[in-house]
Design a protein around this ligand. Structure first.
Ligand SMILES: [Zn+2]
Length: 244
């Protein structure tokens, strides 16, 4: 059996290639940056929009990268970067090639040079990493009010730092409907400080950030049923401009 490799530069090596829809291939990407190793960081559906979807901030979270590629192939209703950290995906590591945790490298008021935990090295300076700058370029290009970032963790939940009162009834309802469909909780905190993370960047810039932790180790077959509910949630995020 021959394995077809999709000619997308940021496509990570996956056990099972996503079911690409050849009748409706993804739109051509806009390259928003390059990784340390020179791999493209691609933004698909690039345009000013209310929502931006990101996968693969952490290279070893293949669940998130896989689901992001499924969203892309299904016609994601918002611009999407399926894999922000292509080097990490190729190397199967959380960090980028410089061993920096990209979700601690954003320019935020709380950024600090010391790693709170050896697992979270923040880099030499805020936005020292090319992948972080690619994300900032994508935010500048899309100017979203809401960002959905896909990750994976030992338990699955969706984290929104903002209280329900700050979201519209429609957004709260869409999140609730998704959480029920996926059988997960909505949380307001991940439970530990995350300086330099996207959530902190969002707080500082009036962005609504949804951090979705998929279940670590979920198979492609277990992730597939999330696709339709997640497309619906993203359509709801894209339908209105969050004003925080
Ligand atoms: Zn992660």
């Amino acid at each position: 059996m021959t394995v077809k490799v999709h000619p997308m530069p940021s496509m990570p090596l996956l056990g099972d290639p996503p079911p690409w829809n050849e009748a409706a291939p993804p739109p051509p990407p806009e390259q928003v940056g390059r990784s340390v190793l020179g791999n493209a960081v691609n933004l698909y559906g690039a345009r000013p929009a209310n929502a931006l979807v990101i996968g693969g901030v952490h290279g070893d979270e293949s669940e998130a990268i896989f689901l992001a590629h499924l969203l892309l192939s299904a016609g994601c209703p918002a611009p999407i970067i399926p894999c922000l950290n292509p080097d990490g995906a190729l190397l199967r590591q959380r960090w980028n090639r410089n061993n920096v945790d990209l979700n601690r490298n954003l320019p935020t008021p709380d950024w600090q040079p010391e790693a709170l935990n050896p697992r979270y090295p923040p880099g030499a300076a805020p936005a020292s990493e090319p992948e972080t700058r690619a994300l900032l370029a994508a935010l500048e290009r899309v100017k979203p009010s809401t960002v959905l970032s896909l990750h994976s963790y030992k338990e699955s939940f969706i984290e929104i730092e903002r209280p329900e009162a700050e979201l519209s009834g429609a957004l709260n309802a869409a999140v609730k409907e998704y959480a029920q469909a996926a059988g997960i909780e909505r949380r307001q905190s991940i439970g530990y400080p995350t300086p330099g993370a996207l959530g902190a960047h969002g707080r500082d810039n009036g962005l609504l950030v949804l951090t979705y932790e998929l279940e670590r180790g979920a198979s492609h077959g277990e992730l597939q049923p999330l696709l339709q509910p997640l497309l619906k949630l993203i359509a709801a995020l894209e339908a209105e401009r969050f004003r925080g």
